[in-house]
Design a protein around this ligand. Structure first.
Ligand code: HEC
Length: 158
């Protein structure tokens, strides 16, 4: 029994060691400052602070990668979240979105934070300062709604 216990432990350690050699791309793609959200639409400083604190690590090209993002298998999980998050919404690429897409994403921002889906729970566990307060949620929704109204009519998604 004890021999098997040690063999299993050694096998797990060996797998973890091997896992470190599987390459994962932790990228921060170059940012064109002219295309960022803050350059291409009005973002009050309060809203910018909330987005920066609670969303930017997964929804911009300026991710701050924590030390544990270097360690497999955690790294696979984190890289995947960031890539998926950027695919859905990247504030560094905002200027390249169509009016229709912007409208949809603004609407989604309010919905996602109101429903509590964003920021992801796995993230706020490790970044407690990223948790949103009710006034934070309201600030995001008020801003997003006002921005949608200001955008060209016809772009609005129902
Ligand atoms: C830990 C990474 C992470 C953080 C932090 C995070 N998100 Fe996300 N977000 C994701 C991922 C992954 C997806 C895509 C999968 C999903 O919807 O669950 C996503 C999807 C979204 C979408 C797209 C939903 C859709 O269907 O169009 C919006 C909008 C969004 N997030 C807003 C936010 C906002 C606003 C914040 C900050 C308050 C935030 N997210 C924080 C990872 C993150």
């Amino acid at each position: 029994m004890r021999v098997w216990g040690r063999r299993i432990l050694l096998a797990v350690v060996a797998m973890l060691v091997v896992a470190q050699f599987i390459p994962v791309a932790r990228t921060n793609p170059p940012v064109d400052a002219a295309q960022t959200m803050s350059e291409t639409m009005p973002v009050p400083s309060g809203v910018a602070t909330i987005l920066g604190r609670s969303c930017q690590d997964c929804h911009s090209s300026e991710t701050v990668w924590p030390w544990y993002s270097q360690v497999a298998p955690v790294s696979w999980f984190l890289v995947n979240h960031v890539n998926e998050g950027r695919g859905e919404l990247n504030v560094s690429e905002w200027g390249r979105y169509t009016a229709r897409r912007k409208d949809r994403k603004l609407k989604e921002i309010c919905e996602q934070v109101t429903s509590g889906k964003m920021p992801l729970e796995t993230y706020t566990l490790l970044h407690p300062q990223a948790r949103l307060s009710d006034p934070d949620r309201k600030a995001l929704c008020d801003w997003a709604e006002a921005a949608r109204k200001k955008m060209a009519p016809g772009a609005a998604a129902p």
